[in-house]
Design a protein around this ligand. Sequence first.
Ligand code: SF4
Length: 250
Amino acid sequence: MNSAVVNSIVTDSAPESTSESFQDACISEASIDARVKELNERYHNLTPEQRVEQLYKDFSPSEVMLTSSFASNSAFLLHLFSITAPQQIIHFIDTGYHFPQTLSYKKRLTELYHLDVVDVHPEEWKHEYTLKDETWKSDPDFCCSINKVEPLDEIKKKYKVWVSGLIRWQTEHRASLDVFEHRGGMIKFYPLIDVTKEERDAYIRDHNLPFHPMVAQGYSSVGCIHCTKPGDDRCGRWVDTAKAECGLHL
Ligand code: SF4
């Protein structure tokens, strides 16, 4: 079975659209845009800590979803939430292709900060397909879609706000983001978005946070085994391709 066939099966099995009229959908999109604008105005000058505290005044915990890849920068966001919102569940997308060091780092941070982590997995037969096909070589976007993006789709529907630790200096796409963004009917929340490298390093140093073990081996960014090499910032991700994002945050 080639990736086009699997792609069509994935698309065909997508849930049917609701009976919401186009006009209702436009009104709802416009109201989310207005909410995002208002939130950005209020959160713009706050510190990351203040932003996280304020989030739970503006939304109930049951409306907030947080994802972490337990990669190089993850300790910052996870430590912040463990102090200001220890009840927050952390969703970890287990692609099946993580480095063993990432899984042991996840275990270490979970124990250290008493995190409540829920693993999210791709559908087994689809993951097996990518394994046999080595889809990351021929079509990494499709591989990420199966193993990262799609597993979170059902979960996302239960929440209004999606928190992640994106920072502007990481990629060109991230450089264009604000503290809040409207994406596909959800409000994305990036409390660290305007943190500089120096501020990130100072937070890690001041709080004595453990780095991902592969950072010391020259990996500034750590993703799946097949798509990660040593390099500065995100230069070691999807080397020799135009791909810079897994698609989760696009
Ligand atoms: S990062 Fe690579 S191996 Fe991981 S899901 Fe994406 S393409 Fe597949």
